[in-house]
Ligand binder design. Sequence first.
Ligand SMILES: Nc1nc2c(ncn2[C@@H]2O[C@H](COP(=O)(O)OP(=O)(O)OP(=O)(O)O)[C@@H](O)[C@H]2O)c(=O)[nH]1
Ligand SMILES: [Mg+2]
Length: 233
Amino acid sequence: MINFQKTHFITSAPDITKLPDDTGIEIAFVGRSNAGKSTALNCITNQKNLAKTSKTPGRTQLINLFEIEENKRIVDLPGYGYAEVPLTVKKKWQRSLTEYLQKRKSLKAVVVLMDIRHPLKDLDRQIITWAALANIEVLIILTKSDKLANNARKNAINDVKRQLIEFGCTYNLVAFSALSKQGLNEIKEILNRFYSEFQETTAFPDFPDNDEESDEELDIDEQAWTKGYKEEQ
Ligand SMILES: Nc1nc2c(ncn2[C@@H]2O[C@H](COP(=O)(O)OP(=O)(O)OP(=O)(O)O)[C@@H](O)[C@H]2O)c(=O)[nH]1
Ligand SMILES: [Mg+2]
């Protein structure tokens, strides 16, 4: 088993051109702003302040890289979908997120973190769908499971499972709480398996187009994101 406690910070990059060499294995933590990505990372590595956490959504605006051991890295990506960040800033960081996901060859798995009370928003779905097409492993973490009582938690998990089956793929799904540590060991085991399963992958497909009606503020985000990427092609 990998010793996650050895994890240390390497660098923060505004875009993929500033990242270290594209070799080894990277596992990226993605999800809506405030989903609990940085908190989960600190919990997994058993370090209080490795990744910066915040009550203010939108705190992580750079691609943050951490090394567990040689050639094994964890990446804390900018959160998406936070409405109160200026659109220009939002566009810029969603572009670097998209670019990272599409171009980084060492990316072998994505961990999609979603608040158990607000799962499977549009961009979450896009990333999950895209990862399946790109042959990238997916671990879905339903965060803040302590916020729900036992029955409500079970219902939420089953509901997400049901919806994921409609995607036509099987995914690793774990309910997690940074407070109670529920799900922590399972998450570590799955990450460990991902790192040991390393296989060379090559070209990634484009993000799938999504013309469906979007909910809440994600509509604008999603268009900005897709548009930003296409403009660069
Ligand atoms: N109750 C509870 N609160 C949590 C849990 N995980 C995270 N939080 C809280 O949720 C808030 C956001 O957590 P972060 O880890 O900073 O979220 P993030 O996804 O990294 O956010 P961005 O960096 O903005 O994308 C913080 O106030 C955390 O304390 C959890 O398991 N239980
Ligand atoms: Mg963060």
